[in-house]
Design a protein around this ligand. Structure first.
Ligand code: PA5
Length: 477
């Protein structure tokens, strides 16, 4: 990797403080004994070996994404040409085909990116994410996007998801009306499976430019593929540094010792807290507004991967801790009351950034007021740090298990580390439950019922069932 030297990379290593997961800190009713974590070591070793074997056999392709540097260079070149051609980038996709790129842009762009002029954005494009089918939102988007200046990136692995394909139809028609049949083609870029799906065929027939999602990479594990890298490059993110961070974390995840391997450690904490201590809710609470959408991405990754009815032997298990997103410091004035005094059913994972790039000092004014005097001369970064540390401490005092992932800074490298860690943690936790973390039969069932109701060919049976039910409930005449 050409990115920074090994010393800098070491300095950017994220660490995990799990003191307040341990019985010696929070008591044995809710805390884990080190011996309990270590007892899981043989199982985790077996999982790691099985995982590495599948990798050698060409499976689990998401693990190879951090090393796809040549593809990333192609994406960078293509993004540079898009940035010359257009001002606005609209990503049309849903779930795993949208949340990762959203998380990247929020984490690494200026908080008011779209409001800055092009020069202040460093030539980066304005970014819009269209991941719903709310007619008000779509109609509104068409009022703020300029067809001559906009490129639409249609992202769907299956190439057939109703929401994405429906929005594609709307945007395509609008572009044709505004720009003409021929010119509209320049304004659509497709990211989809290289072999399957209607969108791939349409892209070929229409001549849309396209990127491939590797066949073995599922939506929620695709953030480091062109799904995330193309929008990231268009909004000015250093995608090579993002991949370098992920590769650095992949190395840490090769370590044999549970306590030294971040993925093994956090999956063990999550699994044991759930199965031994009844923590059915897994909260992710970053103390950084820029990581709010990372939590949304994680919630989807965790929920769709781990919420499963059947284990690998086909037994009904109905497993999966419910993920919950919270944001520090603002949720201290909302959900925290529940975390501290509600049911003992939560494990809270904090993310804390040690050094913010910018800081804002509190002026030493109005010092005669006790609510202000203590702030003067300190900074916003000091306050948010103090709040993160105090919240973790107070939870521990109340015997509420929590751990903190500490980022030295928030940059493309540490974000890459974080993405890869959370993906590996999810994969290993799925293995600990003995389920398949890579499928989503529940979501598929929902998709099929919608196809049936909307009259898609091949889904008549589901359509008839749901119509009968809706008629019974008098939603349909
Ligand atoms: O993680 C997943 O597999 C899902 O969330 C998908 O990303 C989501 O359903 C969208 O699917 P597709 O990319 O096929 O449009």
């Amino acid at each position: 990797m050409r990115y920074r030297d090994a010393k800098w990379q070491q300095a950017m290593k994220l660490t995990i403080d799990y003191t307040y997961m341990l019985a010696e800190s929070i008591g044995s009713e809710h805390g884990l004994k080190l011996a309990e974590i270590e007892a899981l070591a043989p199982k985790l070793k077996e999982i790691k070996e099985g995982f590495e074997l599948r990798l050698r056999q060409g499976e689990l392709e998401f693990v190879n994404l951090p090393y796809a540097v040549d593809e990333a260079q192609d994406i960078l070149r293509f993004a540079a040409s898009l940035r010359e051609e257009f001002e606005q980038f609209v990503l049309v996709g849903i779930g795993g085909s949208s949340l990762g790129p959203q998380a990247i842009c929020q984490a690494l762009c200026h908080p008011y990116h779209n409001l800055l002029g092009k020069a202040a954005r460093g030539g980066a494009m304005q970014m819009f994410f269209c991941d719903n089918i709310d007619p008000d939102e779509i109609a509104g988007l068409l009022e703020v996007v300029d067809p001559r200046q906009a490129v639409f990136n249609i992202v769907t692995k299956s190439g057939s998801t109703a929401e994405t394909m429906g929005n594609f139809l709307v945007f395509r028609e609008w572009l044709i009306e505004e720009l003409g049949e021929e010119e509209h083609r320049r304004h659509i870029v497709v990211t989809t499976d290289p072999e399957r799906g209607d969108l791939r065929r349409i892209a070929e027939e229409e001549g849309y430019r396209r990127f491939c999602i590797p066949p073995g990479v599922g939506g929620r594990f695709s953030v480091l593929s062109p799904v995330g890298l193309l929008p990231a490059a268009c909004c000015g993110v250093d995608v090579l540094e993002l991949l370098a961070g992920a590769a650095f974390m992949a190395n840490l995840c090769h370590r044999a010792q549970v306590l030294e391997n971040p993925a093994m450690l956090t999956s063990a904490l999550q699994f044991l807290a759930n199965t031994q201590k009844g923590k059915n809710i897994s909260v992710l609470m970053p103390y950084s507004a820029k990581l709010g959408l990372l939590s949304a991405w994680f919630v989807q990754l965790w929920a769709e991967s781990l919420g499963k009815r059947l284990d690998l032997d086909g037994r009904v298990v109905n497993v999966g801790p419910t993920p919950l997103a919270a944001l520090g410091a603002k949720d201290q004035h909302s959900q925290l009351q529940l975390f501290i005094e509600g049911p003992y059913d939560k494990l809270i994972a904090f993310i804390r950034i040690e050094r913010f790039f910018r800081d804002v000092p509190f002026p030493a004014a109005l010092t005669e007021f006790s609510s202000l005097g203590y702030l003067g001369g300190k900074t916003l970064a000091e306050l948010i740090q103090a709040e993160a540390l105090s919240t973790s401490f107070v939870l521990a005092q109340k015997e509420r298990p929590n751990y903190t992932i500490i980022l030295p800074e928030l940059n493309a490298f540490t974000l890459g580390e974080l993405f890869f860690l959370l993906e590996m943690q999810t994969a290993y936790t799925g293995e600990l439950y003995g389920i398949n973390p890579y499928d989503q039969p529940g979501v598929e069932a929902g998709k099929q019922a919608t196809y049936g109701l909307m009259g898609r060919e091949g889904y008549a049976e589901q359509g008839a069932k749901i119509r009968a039910e809706l008629a019974r409930k008098r939603y349909l005449a």
